[in-house]
Write a protein that binds this ligand. Structure first.
Ligand SMILES: [Fe+2]
Length: 197
């Protein structure tokens, strides 16, 4: 895996190209999730185009890469945000992308229930609207990349098999509330921008 290493700094879209390529490498066996990632990248691109404070290449790349940790090839902790971020840090990706992936969609809330809180603590979260945009992109992409409302996103999260992780219902509701507020913040920021004429 050398392509993304040489392109990690990103010039004229090369960062996004490398992120897209790496997502295809790790998610090729999971086309639904790959389509979801493509949808997240489109949503991130849209938000970045409207919101001048959002770094487009970093944002779109993080969206492409946020779920690569689901790849069985990367399973270390079993907590996909950390497993993806560990690979990206090892491969020398932009630090903002690494941290965005590690903390995407409020992973800090569920990490303890996967025994992954110590591993997550190796990655500092970002502040401000940037991580909210990734949460927004993850939510509105839909499970198959065809788009979703926040209500559909929460319904999908509620239906997921719990497995042995045992995230308590009250913690799950707290998590859903944070995701909803984050998506609301981004949608409000987008709405506040006048349409280009
Ligand atoms: Fe996702």
């Amino acid at each position: 895996m050398t392509t993304q290493r040489t392109l990690r700094r990103g010039v004229d879209g090369q960062l996004v190209d490398a992120a897209q390529e790496l997502a295809h490498v790790y998610l090729k066996g999971d086309p639904r999730r790959l389509n979801h990632s493509a949808g997240a990248a489109r949503a991130a691109a849209y938000a970045a185009a409207v919101l001048p404070t959002i770094p487009a290449d970093v944002m779109i790349s993080a969206a492409w890469l946020h779920d690569i940790g689901y790849s069985p090839a990367l399973a270390e902790t079993g907590f996909h945000p950390v497993d993806g971020a560990v690979l990206l840090r090892r491969e020398g990706w932009d630090d903002q992308i690494v941290r965005l992936v590690a903390h995407h969609s409020f992973s800090r809330i569920t990490a303890p229930f996967y025994g992954a809180d110590a591993a997550l603590a190796e990655f500092a979260p970002l502040d401000g609207l940037v991580p909210d945009v990734l949460t927004f992109a993850d939510a509105v992409a839909g499970v198959d990349g065809r788009g979703a409302t926040i209500a559909q996103r929460l319904a999908e999260l509620r239906q997921r098999p719990r497995g042995s992780t045992g995230v308590p219902p009250d913690v799950r509701e707290q998590w859903y509330g944070l995701i909803t507020a984050s998506v609301d913040d981004v949608q409000r920021a987008i709405r506040s921008k006048p349409l280009a004429r």
